[in-house]
Design a protein around this ligand. Sequence first.
Ligand SMILES: [Cu+2]
Length: 344
Amino acid sequence: MNAFLILLVLFFGLSVIWQIIRIFELTSILQDKVILSELPSEQTNNFNGTLLFIGTFFYLGAFVYLFFTYRDKLLPPSASEHGFSIDALFGTTIVIISIVFFLTHILLAFFVYKYYGKHGRKAYFYHDNSRLEFFWTLIPTVVLSGLILYGLIIWDRVMNPSDSNAMHIEIYAKQFQWYARYPGADSAIGIAGYQHIAGTNALGLDTNDRKGWDDVITGDLHLPVNRPVLLTFRSQDVIHSAYLPHFRMQMNCVPGMTTRFQFTPQTTTTEMRLKENNPDFDFILLCNKICGAAHYNMKMPVVVEEESLFKKWIDSQAPFMAGRSSQVKNQSAELNVLPTAPVN
Ligand SMILES: [Cu+2]
């Protein structure tokens, strides 16, 4: 197949060169006078026009076929509240640009077919037509402004959610792993910074900050359904990008700064398995920024579940400070109030 394609490219490449040489020949002739026998015959022009007409319909047919065959490769089904509005925006844009795409190509094919080169036929020429220019400027301006405005409204709604009591979870990226950090009973995540990173403290939590003691760090992300979650992102080393395709969410994780994204999952993993008719289905968080040799493998499973199941899961996780009292100076008395790691 590859060899065939290379031959095809060579063939078309050589034809282009040959045609260019022909054009040079013809222009040099035209500078003297037109020799009719040197011009392509009417028959050839008609044949080429017809071929282009048929070819265009073949091309448009292939477009439709490929679009519908590979449609499911565009994006997986949406599972978040704002995801549906993003899909509607995407769908509207595709429909509008497809209509223009089809119209212009059909017109192009029709004109080439209808007005093929005939000896003695001269193209109708006029210098300008302000009315025509007015409309071909106005219509695209209105349509494109409408699309941009629509996109801006959606963007504004997605990026500035009104609900301020979202559950806060931190997503932490490092080559080539993801962590999720939950706030624990105090609903606040503790201070963290690169200066505290150690072998047993990959996220760099400041052990002197009490708020961090009950934080829960996990290797998979559990989310309660229908509850707004605010994700904040940090990175230890290079720029990663947290991509949650089913929730129409992607955010860069940049070393030295915190980024954020808030959304509401609307479909549980169990519901999605039924919907997709796939008992092995799982939501996923992927790295979508080439970040090193094992980038392809940098992913974290995501579970969306009912609030009660979520609570059960989070309660079964060990808090960060469980079994590390020796790491805190002068505060060992206070540590006694901390819950210990659950015994499984
Ligand atoms: Cu990465």
